[in-house]
Write a protein that binds this ligand. Structure first.
Ligand SMILES: Cc1ncc(COP(=O)(O)O)c(C=O)c1O
Length: 347
């Protein structure tokens, strides 16, 4: 039997994905007679405005949105290669869809455990369709490039005739670090994908924003790929709620993440990456093997109903592993010391 989750430090916990709870919230927000396509249209307009882009398009998943973006940039430039971090989402979580479905090629730039640098880009010796930058770079602890690096790297791409594309799955969470309006960050990029169900806490979905011609081309690919679903109102309504209710709280989540990381580092058992989180997402590096940490997390859940990440990431050193923590609505009530004490039990 699956143990009951009473509290959680996992962003996608069943606690917040419980259909009954989601439906209750939706009921208050959906007026009788609402047109099926209205919420997605409203959402597209709202995100286009927020990001300062002429157009935006709803997609059922970020996976589809980004493969579409890469395809459209490839067709516009006549180049099949996109450059991105070795651990970007398209490479490690999408079964090589960019290649299997679209015949595109990923050029890995930079160190797999670090951020891409301008020097790494200077080493690119072939024409590329797009440079894809993931903000923040999730697999290395949610690190963000400094603003000047971001400006220089996106300029490098555009100067070379390539598109600059943002994997902004967590742009909502990253913005407080830059402390600049969303539109100023998005202006560095030709296309921006944002997620509706991570920081925003919607049920699913993604939006791709860009200029009108790019979004028109993307809408053709969305139909071809089976993603033209005009009745996606549950995803759109929960995302609109997220923009109203959760987006204004991102600084609060980040500040709590900073306090939690400080407690973990002060405790001395594990360390966080980065030491001071730049977003509500960060990694905890634990001096214990992956299987032992997974077993301890299972035990803690069974004994106390507290959910910690159940699948630690392996490390090149088999005596160590790491987990990803994200502070959001469900995890805000854990005190920093409480989290440090839980982490200490992962051994
Ligand atoms: C950085 C990043 N990019 C893209 C995606 C893809 O989003 P989706 O699950 O909507 O396909 C994710 C999902 O976890 C992600 O973390």
């Amino acid at each position: 039997m699956t143990p009951e989750i009473r509290r959680s430090l996992v962003q996608h916990s069943r606690l917040r994905q419980d259909p009954h709870a989601v439906l209750r919230r939706l009921l208050d927000r959906v007026p009788p007679g609402l047109r099926l396509d209205e919420p997605a249209k409203q959402l597209e307009q709202r995100i286009a405005d927020l990001l300062g882009k002429p157009a935006a398009l709803f997609f059922p998943t970020g996976t589809m949105a980004q493969q579409t973006a890469m395809r459209v940039h490839a067709e516009r430039t006549g180049r099949r290669t996109f450059a991105a971090h070795p651990q970007c989402h398209l490479v490690i979580w999408e079964d090589e869809g960019y290649s299997a479905v679209h015949g595109l090629r990923h050029l890995a730039v930079g160190d797999r455990e670090d951020l891409i640098t301008l020097d790494d880009l200077a080493g690119v010796r072939e024409p590329i369709a797009a440079l894809l930058l993931e903000l923040p770079q999730r697999e290395i602890g949610g690190l963000l490039p400094a603003w000047d690096d971001l400006v220089a790297q996106t300029k490098w791409a555009r100067d070379g005739g390539a598109a600059a594309h943002m994997d902004g799955a967590r742009l909502w969470e990253a913005q407080t670090y830059y402390d600049r309006p969303f539109a100023e960050i998005a202006d560095l990029f030709d296309t921006v994908y944002v997620s509706l169900y991570k920081g925003l806490e919607g049920v699913r979905g993604a939006v791709l924003a860009g200029d009108q011609a790019t979004i028109d081309a993307a809408s053709v690919w969305r139909r071809r790929l089976g993603g033209a679903t005009p009745d996606s109102w549950p995803a759109a309504v929960t995302a609109l709620m997220g923009l109203d209710e959760v987006l204004p709280r991102m600084a609060e989540f980040r500040d709590h993440a900073v306090a939690v990381a400080a407690a973990i580092n002060a405790d001395g058992y594990a360390t966080t990456r980065p030491r001071v989180p730049q977003t509500p997402l960060f990694h905890v590096h634990i001096p214990a093997p992956k299987d032992a940490v997974a077993a301890a997390a299972k035990r803690i859940l069974a004994e106390s109903g507290v959910e910690l990440p159940q699948r630690p990431k392996s490390s090149p050193d088999p005596t160590r592993c790491s987990i990803e923590l994200t502070i959001g609505v469900v995890s805000l009530d854990f005190t920093p010391q409480e989290v440090a004490d839980l982490i200490r039990r992962l051994r």
